[in-house]
Design a protein. Structure first.
Length: 347
């Protein structure tokens, strides 16, 4: 039985969590997430502001997580911390703090890849969400379709060639005059829109596509973003049109995500699909994915909104796996803006 503190500062959430357990039997004892709302003023994350906010927040956030878990520093067996990918300045705050804490307590440091954390997030709430499964990781910076044969053994099937799904939501939200971050506002607006007034193409979703084609599992949302921009510019009365435009955009993006995921699950014979990342908060996506795959006897697992966003519980959970594998990170562990998930192989 181990007790691990997780720390996450890859972007604009300062988060800490304490988990206890072993193997697949892991209990979340606490989770604190402090979001930086200041970025809404700028319509996107400002890296320098994010880093400075982490500096002032990291100590009280960790202290609150320990207090909520009723755990003292001396009880910890290891510290798991995000070291990639993300904003380097933001990552360095959490990483430096975790290193200092691990050194002071003389306990192991375990570096965690942020996207591997998203793979593990669902397992905290759904014990059956374990390999083998097909994973769709969709966030502001990533859109990844992965076959997960076992924890630590990943095959990359497809990724976005331009904008990530979450980034597309944010940019479309800005075009429609909606707040940042845009995902939930676009979904809310789309709910009142008509599905028949506008229709945008489905990028790289050819009906005659074959498994050996290089775009069979790949994603592209730049064309969809341009189509929305053109519709906005052509609108005579945007206030009347924007709900319908939002609906057409979301329909296109969701159908693309679903069909690519269905292809992967069928090709690898997986009866489970796991969603992760901030876009997994989109309830329309989760419902549509569940309905689409139900006839194929494929079960869909999605994290709650709290575990979909950037959080330290998922980092601690991935850290548990790496810790139990005997992995330890040196105090020279570096922060990386971009880095492949460990164990990720090309298809």
């Amino acid at each position: 039985m181990a007790l691990i503190l997780g720390i996450e500062t890859s972007c604009d959430e300062t988060s800490a969590a304490v988990l206890e357990g072993n193997g697949d039997d892991v209990t979340q004892k606490s989770l604190i997430i402090l979001s930086q709302d200041v970025h809404r003023v700028f319509g996107g994350v400002v890296p320098e502001i994010a880093s400075r906010a982490h500096l002032t927040s990291i100590v009280p956030v960790v202290e609150k997580a320990l207090a909520e878990a009723k755990v003292e520093l001396g009880h910890l067996d290891a510290i798991a911390v995000t070291h990639a990918p993300g904003l380097v300045g933001a990552l360095l705050v959490g990483l430096s703090y975790a290193k200092a804490l691990a050194l002071t307590l003389n306990i192991p440091l375990v570096g965690v890849h942020h996207m591997e954390g998203h793979l593990f997030a669902v397992a905290l709430e759904h014990p059956d969400a374990k390999p083998p499964f097909t994973a769709l990781l969709v966030s502001g910076g990533h859109t990844l379709l992965i076959d997960v044969e076992a924890w630590g053994s990943y095959k990359l099937l497809g990724s976005t060639r331009d904008d990530a799904a979450g980034e597309a939501f944010d940019k479309v939200a800005k075009m429609l005059g909606l707040p940042y971050p845009g995902g939930r506002y676009v979904e809310q607006l789309a709910a009142s829109g008509s599905s028949s007034r506008f229709r945008f193409g489905r990028g790289m979703l050819r009906k005659n596509s074959l498994p050996n084609d290089d775009d069979y599992y790949a994603f592209s949302f730049s064309g969809l973003k341009t189509a929305v921009l053109n519709a906005v510019k052509a609108s005579i009365d945007l206030e009347s049109d924007k709900a319908d435009i939002a609906r057409a955009f979301q329909d296109s993006l969701i159908e693309t995500l679903i069909e690519k995921t269905a292809r992967a699950a069928a090709a690898f014979g997986r009866d489970r699909v796991v969603l992760g990342g901030g876009v997994a908060c989109n309830n329309t996506l989760v419902k549509a994915m569940t309905a689409r795959l139900e006839s194929d006897n494929v079960k869909v697992f999605a994290p709650s909104p709290r575990l979909s966003t950037d959080n330290a519980a998922m980092i601690a959970r991935a850290g548990f796996f790496r810790f139990e594998q005997g992995e330890r990170s040196p105090l020279s562990l570096a922060a990386h803006a971009s880095l492949p998930i460990p164990g990720l192989q090309a298809a």
